[in-house]
Ligand binder design. Structure first.
Ligand code: COA
Length: 430
């Protein structure tokens, strides 16, 4: 097979690609930094003729006219994880959340819905006809295999990543070329409370542990607290910038990992150009599909696996809400429950939920007696292991509600402790 010839035959324009979308279809798009920006922008050209088109996406990063309020009825974003645009659009009714644990997201969707079209992104083809799906492998390869029509947007800025990321030209229907700058999220300097949290968590991590560092501000602060550790490994849903610094400092070696020894394993990457350059053809970085990386049974086979994720609120019994602020949907469950549960299956493992004790410049306690109406339980109290704030560590696993109430109040902000205790008494939380 002459793969160059095949490339030419399958190469179409963005306009031709978006013209293949029909009303009432489901178009699944690759996630976050691997979003097909050219195709999504191109779809704007059909915004006055299509009706009831569902985009099936995850952590959409770009700002697209097709998802503006006036497009309601024409396009809806069904998403596994809200991005900034979804939060803004939610009140208008043109975005809806798909509840899921990320390791099962693609499989469950496909069990219930036909995906008509998959739009992925990939780095340019090699001489043997292979592309790299690059920054996202959470559900993307599953969609290449299952969607009726597969179109890849080839972007020369995307890194060539290693692992299970490769797709052959014979497996796709069409490709378009679009060299958009890569989507990035900045690294924010940690606040004082986050540094304290980082130090508590550093004390909980033994040399030779394998880590999952979740999404949000605190995990990057934690990475900065780990510079004195030895031989850490990475088995994570998301690769982040903090991991690059730890690798470069010789802290991450993966030498004592019990799975994929010597490799940092993850399912998608989201950060800055520094991260994307780091993972390009890096033999130390292995992308595997989300149903493997995030499978709690596989996570649990790592030795001393420590999962660190962030939350918005924790109640006094240990219920964790990480995806909503009351009725306002904020993000998603993602792999939080997968990795928290998986880490507790591991020999010497720990599941850690961490959050600042207050939000909105101290005006709100994030530790609450009860979750408010509309809050979603991202991690149930049966599964919680540790909660950490800047006031300390509460180890909740196996402890009674009475003991949990005391332990959690002790890590709440001192200004809110008596109020929390009074409320716990009032609702007979023991
Ligand atoms: N009540 C009201 N508002 C709150 C709040 C609370 N209890 N807690 C936080 N907020 C506000 C913050 O003030 C901030 O508002 P702003 O945007 O106006 O500044 C906003 O909510 C986000 O809070 P922040 O702490 O900055 O969030 P983050 O970017 O660090 O992300 C999560 C934290 C929990 C949203 C994020 O980690 C998440 O979505 N987790 C679930 C998925 C997950 O953990 N996956 C794991 C594998 S990657």
């Amino acid at each position: 097979m002459d793969v160059r010839e095949l490339y030419k035959r399958k190469h179409i324009s963005i306009e031709e690609a978006v013209n293949m979308v029909q009303s009432n279809q489901k178009v699944c798009t690759a996630m976050a930094a691997s979003e097909p920006q050219g195709l999504l922008k191109g779809l704007e050209g059909r915004k006055d003729e299509l009706e009831n088109v569902s985009l099936v996406s995850c952590l959409m990063m770009g700002d697209y006219d097709i998802l503006k309020p006036e497009m309601k009825g024409r396009f809806i974003n069904e998403t596994w994880f809200y991005g900034p645009g979804d939060r803004a659009n939610h009140p208008h009714g043109n975005v809806t959340y798909i509840p899921n644990n990320l390791h099962e997201a693609g499989k469950k969707k496909l069990a219930n819905d036909k995906i008509n079209i998959f739009w992925g992104t990939a780095s340019p083809m090699d001489k043997r006809g292979f592309f790299s799906l690059s920054l996202g492998l959470t559900y993307e390869k599953m969609m290449v295999e299952e969607a009726d029509l597969v179109i890849l947007e080839i972007n020369e800025n995307l890194p060539w990543t290693l692992g299970d990321t490769h797709v052959h030209i014979s497996e796709i229907d069409y490709l378009v070329e679009h060299n958009a700058p890569l989507l990035e999220i900045p690294v924010v300097e940690p606040q004082a409370e986050e540094r304290i949290i980082g130090n508590y968590i550093a004390d909980m991590i033994e040399d030779g542990s394998t880590l999952q560092l979740g999404i949000g501000g605190i995990p990057n602060a934690i990475a900065q607290s780990l510079t004195g550790k030895k031989d850490l490994g990475i088995h994570t849903e998301m690769f982040t910038d903090g991991m690059v610094d730890l690798f470069d400092a010789g802290v991450i070696t993966g030498r004592r990992k019990s799975l994929w020894r010597g490799k940092m394993v993850g399912t998608f990457a989201l950060g800055t150009k520094k991260l994307y350059d780091f993972i390009d053809r890096n033999l130390a970085v292995e992308f595997q599909q989300g149903n493997i990386v995030n499978d709690p049974c596989i996570i649990g086979r790592n030795y001393k696996m420590v999962s660190i994720n962030t939350a918005l609120q924790v109640d006094l019994t240990g219920q964790v809400c990480s995806e909503a602020i009351g009725n306002r949907h904020y993000s998603g469950t993602g792999g939080q429950a997968d990795t928290h549960r998986g880490a507790q299956r591991s020999e010497g493992g720990k599941g850690i939920i961490t959050l600042r004790s207050t939000a909105k410049r101290g005006e709100i306690s994030t530790i609450v007696a009860q979750l408010p109406a509309g809050a979603k339980v991202t991690l149930g109290r049966n599964d919680i292991d540790y909660v950490v704030t800047e006031y300390g560590i509460a180890h909740l696993k196996g402890r009674s509600v009475r003991d949990r109430v005391e332990a959690i109040i002790n890590i709440a902000h001192p200004d809110y402790r008596s109020e929390l205790r009074a409320e716990a008494e009032r609702i007979q939380l023991w």
